[in-house]
Design a protein around this ligand. Structure first.
Ligand code: PMP
Length: 308
């Protein structure tokens, strides 16, 4: 194997920095009980340049990693501080000084919960955050998936288990086959749940509305933070409540939010155009505020940043 994983020459595996192409796992490994996290480090002051990096919401991501491990019966054989140091080392080993995506992956070797393996791959990414409309020249058409979101009595949507992403991958395949940009799940009751890798928020009559955790969603770090800052800092009322498919069709704006998808505006759902602007006014405001928070430009939210 000669191509380094996503261009990152080094990763961290079971206690040491190694070349990514040497991070090999046996083809005989059962991986169905593996878990992961998706974390981002952004450049300070200007997310789309290069410079000093801060990991965004490290603590909440790593807390969720521990919860996901517990749900799958695994005990992580490192402290949270050790994983932070490992992450810093990995980013430095690669010499990155632009936005970095960090994806700790954990699985029980041979399916044995006591034999926990940990790898931390990292790679750089282009952010959708920033200012102005130039980022949103392309429309983003979504569909309601014919696949329902996994119910929490079948798989744990609140944990970040890879098995859950088979559900997401099927919905994405369907969306690609039908030429949409992505899919929105309904939960097993028929209420709006989330995207394939992000939470969903909609705007109706000046209020931001998002489904509750009981709608089979991942407990999103981004969603939690946005619910707080949209209400407290932007002064926009927020409701956490069940949303019907029809309410979503009739929304003024809708966007996906999450570490990976950042703030991704939605143009239409099932070919029904939402509202009159793309992206919507509030979506843009949220996206720009999020840009400022991750870049460390909002003093009172700098506590969410952990320096690399
Ligand atoms: N839902 C799903 C299914 C996801 O994969 C993600 C990405 N982790 C999210 C929501 C958003 O979660 P977070 O804000 O913690 O990244």
């Amino acid at each position: 194997m000669s191509v380094a994983f996503h261009g990152a020459k080094f990763c961290w595996m079971n206690g040491e920095i190694i070349e990514t192409e040497r991070a090999l796992v046996s083809a005989m490994e059962p991986l169905h009980l593996s878990i992961f996290e998706g974390i981002k480090a952004y450049v300070e002051n200007d997310v789309n340049s290069s410079g000093r990096l801060n990991i965004f919401q490290w603590k909440l991501h790593v807390d969720r990693l521990w919860r996901s491990a517990a749900v799958c019966g695994m005990k992580i054989p490192y402290t949270k501080e050790e994983l932070l140091e490992a992450t810093r080392k990995t980013i430095k080993a690669n010499g990155f000084n632009t936005n970095v995506y960090i994806q700790p992956r954990i699985w029980p070797r041979g399916g044995v919960p006591q034999e926990v393996q940990v790898v931390i791959p990292v790679w750089t990414f282009d952010s959708l955050l920033g200012r102005g409309n130039a980022r949103f020249t392309r429309e983003r058409r979504f569909m309601i998936s014919s696949w329902r979101r996994i119910a929490s009595d079948a798989l744990p949507p609140q944990a970040k288990a890879w098995a859950n992403y088979a559900n997401s991958a099927l919905a994405m395949r369907e969306a690609e086959r039908l030429r949409y940009d992505g899919a929105i799940f309904l939960d097993n009751r028929g209420f709006v749940s989330e995207g394939t890798g992000a939470s969903i928020m909609m705007v109706r009559n000046g209020r931001v509305i998002t489904p509750p955790v009981s709608a089979s969603i991942l407990e999103s770090v981004t969603r939690e933070m946005l619910l707080r800052v949209i209400g407290e800092d932007l002064g926009v009322p927020v409701d956490v409540k069940d949303v019907t498919r029809v309410e979503l069709y009739a929304s003024d704006e809708a966007f996906l939010c999450g570490t990976g998808w950042e703030i991704t505006p939605i143009t239409s759902i099932d070919d029904l155009t939402l509202g009159k602007d793309y992206p919507g006014v509030l979506t843009k405001q949220v996206s720009e505020y999020y840009t400022d928070i991750v870049a460390g430009n909002v003093e009172k939210h700098r506590e969410l940043l952990t320096s690399v």
